[in-house]
Design a protein around this ligand. Structure first.
Ligand code: 5GP
Ligand code: ZN
Length: 113
């Protein structure tokens, strides 16, 4: 999608601090981190939000969780980590290209942000 911020990041039109890339997925550091490790993992395919996941596009979502496991090992997140995907207004979604926050490096409370 031409007007999507994260599609522009994937295309390299907007710079980002890449931590992982393969044919399906791109991962980069969040510009406004809320934890010492705060990475966004996104599909290269534009899916707006969790509500739009279906039988046709869900393979990339399971792949994102494989990537999270790979990154957790690469980054040595021995004390654990959290994956968050905000869907819609009440959850605080601000960018409508589905993304999974990988948070780690400090004790995480339950009511974050
Ligand atoms: P949401 O609030 O939609 O769950 O998360 C969007 C995230 O994208 C936020 O944590 C925000 O800091 C991050 N973000 C917004 N714009 C940019 C950007 O241009 N570059 C990077 N690296 N992160 C961004
Ligand atoms: Zn997009």
């Amino acid at each position: 999608m031409s007007d999507c911020l994260f599609c522009k990041i994937i295309a390299g039109e907007i710079p980002s601090a890449k931590v992982y890339e393969d044919e399906l997925v791109y991962a980069f550091k969040d510009i406004n981190p809320i934890a010492p490790v705060h990475i966004l993992i996104i599909p290269k395919q534009h899916i707006s939000k969790l509500e739009d996941v279906n039988a046709e596009n869900s393979a990339v979502i399971s792949h994102i969780f494989e990537v999270a496991a790979i990154l957790s090992k690469q980054l040595g997140l021995k004390n654990g980590f959290r994956i968050v995907s905000n869907c819609g207004e009440d959850a605080g979604q601000t960018v409508f290209h589905i993304h999974f926050h990988l948070l780690a490096g400090r004790k995480l409370g339950w009511e974050e942000q």
